[in-house]
Design a protein around this ligand. Sequence first.
Ligand SMILES: Cc1cc2nc3c(=O)[nH]c(=O)nc-3n(C[C@H](O)[C@H](O)[C@H](O)COP(=O)(O)OP(=O)(O)OC[C@H]3O[C@@H](n4cnc5c(N)ncnc54)[C@H](O)[C@@H]3O)c2cc1C
Length: 432
Amino acid sequence: MEELVIIIGGGPAGAAAGCYLSKEGIPNLILESAVHPREHVGESMVTATTRIFEELNFLEVMEQEGFIHKYGASWHPAKAGASLHVEFSEIEQEGVNQDYTYQVDRAKMDMLLLKHAEKMGSKVIQGVRVKEVVFENDKATGVIVNIAGQTVTIPCKAILDASGRHTVIGKQLKIKEADQNFNQFAVHAWFEGVDRGNRPNDIHIHFLPVERGWVWQIPISDTITSIGVVTDKKVFKGAKEDYEAWFNEMSQGAPDIAKALKNAKRVNKIKVEADYSYKMDSFVGNGWMLIGDAARFVDPIFSSGVSIAMHSAKFAVEQLIKALKVDDVSSKMLKPYEDRVKLGTEIWYEFITLYYRLLPIFTVFISKQEYRLQVIQLLQGNVYDRASAPVLDAMREFIDTVENTEGHILKPYLDSSLSNIENTPAPHLAIT
Ligand SMILES: Cc1cc2nc3c(=O)[nH]c(=O)nc-3n(C[C@H](O)[C@H](O)[C@H](O)COP(=O)(O)OP(=O)(O)OC[C@H]3O[C@@H](n4cnc5c(N)ncnc54)[C@H](O)[C@@H]3O)c2cc1C
C-alpha cells in the first residue's frame, strides 16, 4: 500500500502540514498550483501562530527576515472620537515567549514557509494544479494532475486538502455551504505615504458608517501599508465594478482613515475578494482531511485565518499519525480532528457574530477590567477551549438586555439580521 500523504496547496496550512508530517518521518508531497512567491490577502497575524512557528523552527526565519512586529490592535470609530487599543503583552500566553506577532507580506512569508517545509523533508512541486481527487469505493486514493501536458494519477495513502478558498474536495463532493449570516466583500491594495499615527505597528481597524463596513490598515514594511475596505454585499453592489472609485469613496468614510490616507499613493493594483464566508459539511472522509480555508472560512475581522490554517494543519497531522499507526484512515478514525477544529472555528465565529450583532459591545467589554483580558485572549487566537471564554456568555447576556430593554441607548446599533446566533458547543466539550 502506498504510504505517501499528498497535500493539495502550499499556503500556510499545506506548508505547516508538510513540516509536521516530515517531523514524524512521514513521506509527503505538496502540490502547489502557483509558483511562489504569489500574492495573497491576509497580512496580519495573531500571537497564537507564534507557537506554531516555534514548534516548526520557523520563528528564527520570521525574525531574520525582519517582518514588522505587531504588538497590538487599535479600533477607530466611524465618527470623530477616541480610538481604543489593546496590547498582547497585557496577558501572558503559554508557550509564547514574545509579546508581539507579525504583519507580513504574504508572498514572502508563504514562500519562506514552503521552502521551510521542503527543507524539513516535504517534496514540493509548484506550478501543478490538482484537477481532481480519485475515489475508489468512497475512499480517496490519489489525485489527478497535469504535468508537462500529460495527465497523471498520483496514488497515496491519504490526502490533506489545503487548497484554500479553491476548496478542491469541497467542490468535488459538493459539501460546501454558504454562510447564512455573512456575505462580505473586500477591496484592497498597498499604499505608500500613509500616516500611521502614534501606534504605527498595530493593525488599525476603522469602522465605517455602512452595513458591516470597516477598513484595515496593516503596515507591511517601513514604507508600505496595506489598506482594505470590507462591507456587506449590499453596500458593495454600489461599486458597479468601478472598484477603485468605490474604494476611494469608502476609505474616506471615517475621519481617522481619511486623515491617514491624505497623502497616500497606491503602489499596486486594486484587488477584490468576493463572498468568502462558507463552511464544509464535513472536514474529514475516508482517506481525506480538509485544513485551513479548504475547511471553513470565517470573517477576517480578527485576523484569525493563518492561525486557524496552521493550527488545523497541526491537529490534522496529529490525528492522521494515530490513524496511520493502525492502518485505518477511515472517516471514523479521522473524525476527532474535525471535532477539535470545529470547536475552535466556532468560538471565533461566535465572537465575530456577537461583535457584528452589536458593534459597540466591543468597546463596552474591552473597557471592563473583568472581561478585557478574556477578550485579549481571544484576540491572541487562543480559541480552542470554550471553557476559558465565559466572556462570550457575558456578551450574549448583554445583547439580550439591550434587546429587551425599552429605549436602551444601544438599541439602534443592533443588527437584527443576526438575531439567530448559534451557540457554540457547551464548555464541557472543551478539548485541552
Ligand atoms: C479580505 C480578507 C482578509 C483577510 N485578512 C486576514 C488577516 O489579516 N490575517 C489572517 O491571518 N488571515 C486573513 N485572511 C484569511 C487568510 O487569507 C487565509 O485564512 C489563509 O491564507 C488560509 O491559508 P490556507 O493555507 O488555508 O490557504 P491559502 O493561503 O489560500 O493557500 C492555498 C494554496 O493552495 C493552492 N491551490 C489552490 N487550488 C489548488 C489546486 N487545485 N492544486 C494545487 N494547489 C492549489 C493556492 O495556489 C494556494 O497557494 C483574510 C482573508 C480575506 C478574504
